[in-house]
Design a protein around this ligand. Structure first.
Ligand code: SF4
Length: 217
């Protein structure tokens, strides 16, 4: 190899090396930028997903309480039957804080809407419905027993002789002298009539309450 060849070779080698280094540097920069972009994008998506889920699961939901007093609980059965068709929508909208028919871990903190079925027959029930009222923005009386006290409160219509026959039971259970409708004890915001409740009237009442409580929904 002559001197010129050596110079040519060295020049080529150096240029080639510089080109490779430059190329590697460009690839590395691209990778770093891509990683940053990818991380930011993932974080953004994750954040949006978590926020959406969090909102769906807690913040936006309407807190529901469902309570039964002296009654046969047929309206509770109607409500659970309605879930066959409406559960997918309801689970996005409602947080069932207290509904013994649906869960064992019930919470008695605050309710946007408390549904109350059944008549009030004892002092303990009187206290309980007052407590529910104090924790609920809206209270809905569900079914005839809650709205007018009948048929659960049939003893209110007894003759003296009939009443005398059942007096020992009234005493044993420490019941009130008269069975009360819910509005005798607390303020009622809405009523769903029927025995058991009329499901169309119930769905209409739910619609009205949702629009009132979450106008953006
Ligand atoms: S209103 Fe009728 S269905 Fe509802 S609890 Fe009373 S008796 Fe039962």
């Amino acid at each position: 190899m002559g001197e010129n060849d050596e110079v040519f070779f060295l020049k080529n080698f150096t240029e080639n090396r510089e080109w490779k280094i430059e190329n590697r540097f460009t690839t590395l920069s691209f990778c770093v930028l891509f990683s940053i972009f990818h991380s930011l994008f993932s974080f953004f998506c994750y954040n949006r997903f978590v926020t959406k889920k969090y909102k769906e699961n807690t913040m936006e939901k309407i807190k529901i309480g469902w309570f039964s007093f002296s009654c046969c609980e047929d309206s509770t059965i109607m409500m659970t039957e309605l879930m066959n068709e409406h559960w997918q929508d309801w689970k996005k909208m409602f947080d069932f804080r207290h509904a013994r028919v649906l869960k064992t871990n019930n919470i008695m903190d605050e309710f946007d809407v408390a549904f109350v079925e059944g008549a009030i027959a004892g002092p303990d029930q009187e206290e309980k419905v007052k407590e529910i009222r104090s924790k609920a923005k809206k209270l809905v009386a569900v079914g005839a027993c809650a709205i007018v006290g009948l048929p659960a409160g049939q003893r209110n219509t007894f003759t003296e002789a009939q009443l005398a026959e059942v007096q020992f039971l009234i005493d044993r259970f420490g019941a009130l002298p008269k069975v009360l409708k819910v509005s005798d004890v607390v303020k009622v915001d809405a009523e769903v009539p029927g025995c058991p409740m009329n499901t169309d009237a119930f769905l209409k009442a739910v619609d009205v309450l949702v629009k009132e409580l979450r106008p953006q929904t």
